[in-house]
Design a binder for this molecule. Structure first.
Ligand code: NAP
Length: 326
């Protein structure tokens, strides 16, 4: 299966790239990946995406973006890319089902995944009280007490969503000041269901069949204590999904893909956009903007390649370029 543009990932960056590439008649193929719609699809309410006066559900926003791209001819495929061969053109993308896709250009928009606490109990009790998605799982905690870990926008945003269901929300933060936006801080401080445990970390998640509590450590005093809870929602940042690009694309020390400001990676013909590149802004709107730029760059790149090919006397005279030299 050959495509002029393969887009890996289907969050706001990938879906916006798909919209622009489709409207440029490039018939892009979007490989949806593990989390169709990306992280935004797991967000309850999105209040800061322009154009939605009353806000919009994250799933609905992603779903609308996909339908809009499909309307202009974008194709979608539910598979995972396991490796990319960029030693010749077209690029060859291997999938987890053993299939091979080929592409003239690739837009990487694989996003980032929630960072794990890395404490005892976290893995064993995943989906048994440990969750990284309040929107998906909040309903199961009606009338319960849950812990949210972290002091950023995600912790407060998702924590406030959980207060629709839970009786008590305990936010455990490693410092005594929050990183979250003032508006979210105000809402959290004003919410009678929310209690903060400052200067503390979760040292272990307790329970056999399901979560029954957490062991906390106060970082100032060193004291440990146990708190009975039914759920734990870690919101302590993200890790970029770049495992398959190691050795192919230049990454920074945090594992994010390095681009040149025009979404171009070190490999000509491969572009990157969204949370897999950006560890500063990480907004749906900035990801969408980068997706737009990546698709426009891919369009120009393909036009240049076609122009250059027309000027070549014979195809056999063209040798395969080495990585980074095209
Ligand atoms: P974040 O802003 O990086 O915050 C992560 C939080 O987790 C910080 O409070 C950090 O503590 C804490 N933390 C990190 N590692 C930890 C560890 N090992 N143990 C305990 N605590 C730890 O991440 P985020 O909240 O996921 O937000 C990511 C980006 O998405 C941000 O740019 C944010 O603005 C954006 N976002 C925006 C919205 C919105 O606009 N409504 C909603 C969600 C996310 P310290 O503060 O001490 O570093």
């Amino acid at each position: 299966m050959h495509s002029k543009v393969v887009i890996i990932g289907s969050g706001p960056a990938g879906l916006t790239a798909a919209l622009y590439a489709a409207r440029a008649n490039l018939e892009p193929l979007v490989v949806r990946g593990l989390q169709p719609g990306g992280l935004i699809a797991t967000t309850a309410e999105v209040e800061n995406y322009p154009g939605f006066v009353e806000g919009i559900g994250g799933f609905e926003l992603a779903d609308n973006m996909e339908k809009q791209a499909a309307r202009f001819g974008a194709q979608f495929k539910d598979t995972l890319i396991t490796s990319i061969d960029a030693s010749a053109r077209p690029f060859v993308l291997h999938t987890d089902s053993g299939e091979q896709l080929t592409a003239d250009t690739i837009i990487v928009s694989t996003g980032a995944s929630p960072r794990k606490l890395g404490v005892p109990g976290e893995e064993q009790l995943a989906n048994r009280g440990v969750s990284y998605c309040a929107t998906c799982d909040g309903f199961f905690f009606r009338g319960k007490r849950v812990v949210v870990v972290g002091g950023g926008n995600s912790a407060l945003d998702e924590g406030l969503f959980l207060t629709r269901y839970v009786d008590e929300l305990v936010i455990v933060h490693r410092r005594d000041t929050l990183r979250a936006d003032p508006i979210l801080q105000e809402r959290a401080f004003a919410n009678p269901k929310v209690r903060f445990v400052w200067d503390s970390t979760v040292e272990a998640i307790l329970g056999d069949e399901k979560v029954t509590g957490v062991r906390l450590r106060n970082l100032r005093t060193g004291e440990t204590s146990e708190l009975a809870v039914d759920g734990v929602f870690p919101y302590i940042g993200h890790i970029p999904n770049t495992g398959i690009f190691k050795g192919l694309l230049e990454l920074d020390e945090g594992g994010y893909i390095l681009t040149d400001g025009r979404q171009r990676t070190n490999v000509p013909g491969i572009f990157a956009a969204g949370d897999v590149v950006d560890h500063i802004y990480r907004q749906a709107i900035t990801a969408a903007g980068e997706g737009c730029k990546a698709a426009m760059e891919a369009t120009w790149y393909l036009a240049e390649q076609e122009h250059a090919a027309r000027k070549q006397p014979a195809p056999e005279a063209v040798s395969s370029p080495a990585l980074g030299q095209w």
